[in-house]
Write a protein that binds this ligand. Sequence first.
Ligand code: 5AD
Length: 435
Amino acid sequence: MCYAIPGRIEAIEGNRVIVDYFGEKKEAINELEGLKIGDYIYAQGGYVIEKVPSDYALSVLDLWKESFFNLQKLDMSLSASSISKDGVDRRLISILDRLIYGGTVNRQDIAYILEVSDEKSLDYIYKTANFLRQKHLKNSCCVHGIIEITNHCSCGCAYCGISSMNQGLKRYRMSVEEAVKIATDAIDRYGFKALVLQSGEPADKDEFIEYCEAIIQGIRAHKPVFLCISFGEIGLRGLERLYKAGARGMLMRFETSNEGLYSRLHPNKTLASRLEHIRYATELGYLVFTGALIGLPGQTLDDIVEDIFLVRELNAEMYSFGPFIPHRASTLSDANLPDSDMVLKVLAALRFVDYENARILVTTAFETLDPEARKKGLLAGANSVMLNITPLEYRRLYDIYPDRAWREAGIEEQIDKTIALLQSLGRAPTDLGVR
Ligand code: 5AD
């Protein structure tokens, strides 16, 4: 975890460094040569991305100091306030008390939490998750930008609106120059320091990898930013090539940990191959963002419990869990929507299984399900959001599920609303530069 303000190198152990931000220590991976204790750097997505001159760093820190502490104070007061046990289920209290005192939860505990439905107990779950987030990770909130470079897809995933089955959808693919320009504008004009490049899964993998190499190299030649790829199963060789080109994050959900359900929803695909990609990406040095869909037809509560423990076992850097939203052009168009509290309980449960480390995303799908999702999620253990910076004419065609939140919102509007919300909650946006 890292702030989009310069940090000072406190310690160096191999390729890991400890970075100090106003007394708070964060760990990051370093690939820059010649870095010394006392140097100032920007770190993003867990990686050192750039060394900055000391006088410049000190002037930025001076500007930030006051608001940094004010935000932290606000977050602390919001997260510690009024956690009342009145009327709360007793077994729930004993499970969550264990976590507050540094203990752990098992599968039965999580299954129990996911079944809670009375208001007071739900409130207790969310507030405890928020308390644990604040206690262990303070107020930093990742704000990544996502660019959907093409909506072509060779997969037939049953739930997805851009699957190859949706023959009525107009398909697009940005040129390399277009994609690089959108990314570099996001960096230069809006201060983004961490970007996700996303697409459907390519049919011709070699040709696609070449295209992505050109985009990644083009962006990296412009400015050092943290780049995360999200292109589905591009093959192990594809992962190697894009790591070499400069990608350092890989977002790929396993969607469900239930093998049978996975096979039913993903024609000609296996969970084993998906997990092999995720594990290989970690081995190569990618920071992995992964997770599952909540509320798939045929998914049980026990499946969701397994999803929560699998994401932990995969050593994910960021957890991405969102509701399944039926798409009219898919075979699951008649399915029910999950309820908002189930999604919030999953976010809180993720915090409970990994309270010291988890970066938990509030997904756009959740915001589509519930207009208050971002605020509710951030107050229930989450600490990360993504802004969609795909140009509108393409974004409308990236139709994975209907009526996506922020579908028509320009970048500035999204940034302004995000910063305003984060400030109202005492959170510091970590991946947007100081503006
Ligand atoms: N509802 C919610 N999320 C969806 N995704 C695909 N289709 C849907 C849907 N109908 C998610 C998948 C995929 C990510 C890019 O989008 O989890 O990994």
